[in-house]
Design a protein around this ligand. Structure first.
Ligand SMILES: Cc1cc2nc3c(=O)[nH]c(=O)nc-3n(C[C@H](O)[C@H](O)[C@H](O)COP(=O)(O)OP(=O)(O)OC[C@H]3O[C@@H](n4cnc5c(N)ncnc54)[C@H](O)[C@@H]3O)c2cc1C
Length: 412
């Protein structure tokens, strides 16, 4: 447990958190720890599964440690040991155990685990202290100087002291409670499609990358507990209805069918899986993550996109910082939200910039061949360190560039 003693009564203690992904439950944990009364409303009817391996970097590892979840997170590690790059006939072009593209450098203290495992772990750690409402979502948020009234799709209405949107990149809290010109969406011109597949290739904790074309990649990911495939494609002018799952699957087929290696079999498997996930990658940029009694955390306020590999780290760190600032300000949201913004902004800017710089790694031909060279050289012991650093690029030890409210308690 952390070091701040819970208080029995705090100002503005009734906090509605919208979204039970990664940021939502982390925030609920720390708010409850500091003596607030969190309620989480989640649009899905249960914990949302799906997704690939995600990374917990740098200071987010510190937060999990303070939550007593480090051992559980380590136990859930994907355990992926290395990776191959293959060609259209399945021949291995390069192999390394020095790093993987999703997990980064081997032996780093950062943790790669499946999104579902982390989401479940966070939820389990908050069930006793947090009210969860599933299958509902806010449709109106009205704030006065002293409270916020939230109307839900179910028809009910409730009053809270504060509302925090943790409802992901397409946050409804952001659309409802903030002016339309208060945020900018930067499309990265690429999509990913992910799903569970049977381990029909028989790999054991191993990643396989296939460059199907200059703009198309397929990653077969055989982790300790599950096997997933991720398709990614450059698509600057994509215009899709993300709720039309059959349409998205047809689009994926039209882009990848007949592409060689195991692509056709993987397409069949991924389009049949119930946890099919599709994301047209984008970043969220805002000048302020708070307005009155409403604030945003995680992807809702500052999505860096999955190509950053830092969305989960930002969500965990942002939730911890926000709860810490509310506690330090004794519930004074004006003070706390402003401090949260100031503390997080350089960190967010750095993570978003990394995604923009590294987002197209492995996509363009020249970079791909350069990457193959780096992977080959990383197997030579004298060159291993330097080549690993180069090839793993943005996956080095990152996520350290933020201070926590309790790092400098007494001086804040
Ligand atoms: C199903 C899924 C799969 C993902 N897979 C990957 C992946 O493979 N790789 C990767 O890098 N990132 C992935 N992400 C994104 C990654 O989880 C986030 O970037 C990161 O963890 C930040 O977390 P977050 O809590 O801010 O947002 P999210 O993890 O997106 O959580 C948002 C939560 O809010 C809920 N929600 C949305 N709208 C509403 C509403 N109106 N009312 C109430 N609840 C709402 C959602 O159902 C979700 O549970 C995935 C996200 C989801 C939801």
């Amino acid at each position: 447990m952390g070091e701040t003693e819970p208080r029995t009564s705090v100002h503005n203690h009734r906090v509605l958190i919208v979204g039970a992904g990664i940021a939502g439950p982390t925030l609920a944990y720390w708010l409850a720890h500091h003596g607030f009364t969190p309620t989480v409303v989640e649009r899905s009817r249960q914990v949302r599964g799906g997704g690939q391996a995600i990374d917990v970097h740098g200071r987010a590892v510190d937060v999990l440690t303070r939550m007593g979840l480090l051992d559980a997170a380590h136990a859930a590690r994907t355990g992926v040991r290395g990776m191959d790059f293959v060609n259209a006939r399945g021949r291995t072009l390069a192999r390394t155990t020095a790093f993987t593209l999703t997990g980064g450098v081997a032996g780093s203290p950062d943790i790669e685990l499946m999104r579902t495992d982390l989401a479940t772990m966070l939820l389990d750690s908050t069930r006793a202290t947090t009210e969860y409402v599933y299958g509902d979502h806010p449709v109106a948020i009205d704030q006065t100087a002293s409270a916020v009234t939230v109307e839900f799709a179910s028809g009910s209405a409730r009053e809270f002291d504060l509302v925090v949107g943790a409802d992901g990149v397409r946050s409804a809290t952001r659309s409802i409670a903030f002016p339309a010109d208060g945020h900018r969406l930067h499309r990265l011109g690429r999509y990913i499609a992910i799903g569970d597949v049977p381990n029909f290739l028989g790999y054991d904790r191993w990643e396989t990358f296939y460059a199907a074309g200059p703009d198309r990649r397929v990653c077969y990911f055989a982790g300790a507990g599950s096997t997933r495939v991720m398709f990614s494609k450059t698509a600057p002018d994509l215009d899709v209805d993300r709720y039309d799952e059959e349409g998205l699957k047809a689009l994926l087929r039209s882009h990848f069918a007949g592409d060689g290696w195991q692509t056709d079999r993987l397409l069949d498997e991924v389009t049949a899986t119930p946890d099919f996930y599709f994301d047209d990658l984008r970043q969220v940029h805002m000048d302020a993550w708070h307005l009155g009694r409403v604030a945003l955390v995680g992807d809702a306020g500052y999505c860096a996109s999955p190509s950053s590999g830092l969305g989960t780290t930002l969500a965990i760190v942002g939730a911890y910082v926000l709860a810490g600032e509310l506690a330090a300000a004794h519930g004074d949201h004006h003070l706390a939200f402003a401090r949260y913004d100031r503390r997080m902004r350089p960190f967010v800017a750095d993570c978003q910039e990394r995604a923009r710089r590294g987002g197209n790694l492995y996509i363009t031909r020249p970079r791909f061949w350069l990457q193959l060279q780096q992977i080959r050289l990383s197997n030579l012991r004298p060159l291993r360190r330097v080549m690993t650093g180069l090839a793993a690029g943005s996956k080095g030890r990152i996520g350290m560039g933020v201070t926590f409210p309790d790092d400098d308690r007494g001086t804040a």
